[in-house]
Design a protein around this ligand. Structure first.
Ligand code: FE2
Ligand code: FE2
Length: 261
C-alpha cells in the first residue's frame, strides 16, 4: 500500500495566478515529472538485471515502479494545474522518444552489489532534491508543492533504504571493500551528468539556454540543497566509525560542490 495518494492532494486550492510567472518553478517541476514518469523503462531494465531474485524483482514491480510513477503523475498534475497552456503530452512524447535510447542495460554496473550502490546514489539524489524542493516551496509560501515534495522525499528515502538492504545482501557474496565501494559511488556520481535534465529541458523550453537554467539551479542548490544529508547517505555503505565519518564528511561535501551536485 502506498503511503499517500496524489488524488488526495488539494490541487484546486493552488494559488495559480501567483505562481504562473515563476519560470524556474515551471521548469523544475516539469523536468522532474518527465524523469519520474519514465521510471517504467528503468524498472524493466532493473528487473532483467536482477532476474531470478524474486524478492527484489517483486518489490520493484509492486512497489518501486508504482511509487515512482505516482511521483510523475503528481508533478504532471501540478504542471497541468498551474500552466494549463503547456502541452505536457506532446513535449513528453518528444522527451521519451529521445531519452529512451539512453535507458539501456549498458549503463548498469558490472555486478549486482555494485548496481545496488548505484541505485543508492540515485535515490540519494532524488531524496535530497525533493527535500530541497520542499524547503523552496515553503520559502515561496506554496503549501501544496511543499506537501507533494515532502511525500515524494519520504518515498525516495524509503527506496534508498530498500536498495541498501539489497546491497548488504549481495555484498555478502561479493565482499566489496571500502575502496571498491568508494569507486562505485564516485563513478555513479560523475555519471549523474545531466543528460536526462538536458533532454527534458530541450522539450520543455525549446530554444532556451540550458546553461542559464543550470546557473539558476546552482543558486537554488546553494540556498536549499541539504549537502549534509547527501554526504551522510553516500557514506553510509562504507560503515565508517563515527569520528572518521565526521572527518571525511567535509571533504566529500566539498567534492560534491565541485562536481556541481
Ligand atoms: Fe521518484
Ligand atoms: Fe525513488
Amino acid at each position: 500500500m502506498a503511503r499517500w495518494n496524489y488524488q488526495d492532494i488539494d490541487y484546486d486550492s493552488i494559488n495559480k495566478e501567483r505562481l504562473h510567472d515563476n519560470d524556474f518553478l515551471f521548469k523544475v517541476v516539469a523536468i522532474a515529472s518527465f524523469i519520474e514518469i519514465t521510471s517504467d523503462l528503468y524498472e524493466m531494465n532493473l528487473a532483467k538485471f536482477y532476474a531470478g531474485d524474486e524478492e527484489i524483482v517483486g518489490w520493484l514491480e509492486s512497489t518501486w515502479e508504482p511509487e515512482e510513477l505516482q511521483h510523475g503523475k503528481a508533478l504532471r498534475k501540478y504542471v497541468q494545474t498551474v500552466w494549463p497552456e503547456f502541452d505536457w503530452d506532446k513535449a513528453y512524447e518528444g522527451f521519451r522518444n529521445e531519452y529512451s535510447a539512453y535507458c539501456t542495460l549498458d549503463e548498469f554496473q558490472p555486478s549486482r552489489a555494485r548496481e545496488m550502490l548505484a541505485r543508492m546514489v540515485v535515490e540519494t539524489g532524488t531524496s535530497t532534491l525533493y527535500r530541497a524542493m520542499t524547503d523552496y516551496a515553503k520559502s515561496i509560501d506554496e503549501p501544496i508543492l511543499a506537501e507533494i515534495a515532502h511525500n515524494i522525499h519520504k518515498d525516495e528515502v524509503y527506496h534508498y533504504e530498500e536498495f541498501d538492504k539489497g546491497f548488504e545482501k549481495y555484498n555478502k557474496e561479493e565482499h566489496l571493500g571500502r575502496t571498491d565501494i568508494t569507486k562505485v559511488i564516485y563513478a555513479r556520481l560523475k555519471m549523474a551528468s545531466d543528460e536526462d535534465v538536458f533532454i527534458a529541458h530541450k522539450y520543455i523550453a525549446p530554444g532556451e539556454d540550458f546553461d542559464a537554467f543550470k546557473a539558476r539551479t546552482k543558486e537554488f542548490a546553494k540556498q536549499f540543497y541539504p549537502y549534509k544529508m547527501a554526504v551522510k547517505m553516500l557514506m553510509h555503505p562504507l560503515h565508517l566509525h563515527k569520528h572518521i565519518e565526521n572527518a571525511t564528511a567535509s571533504t566529500i561535501q566539498g567534492a560534491l560542490k565541485v562536481l556541481g551536485i
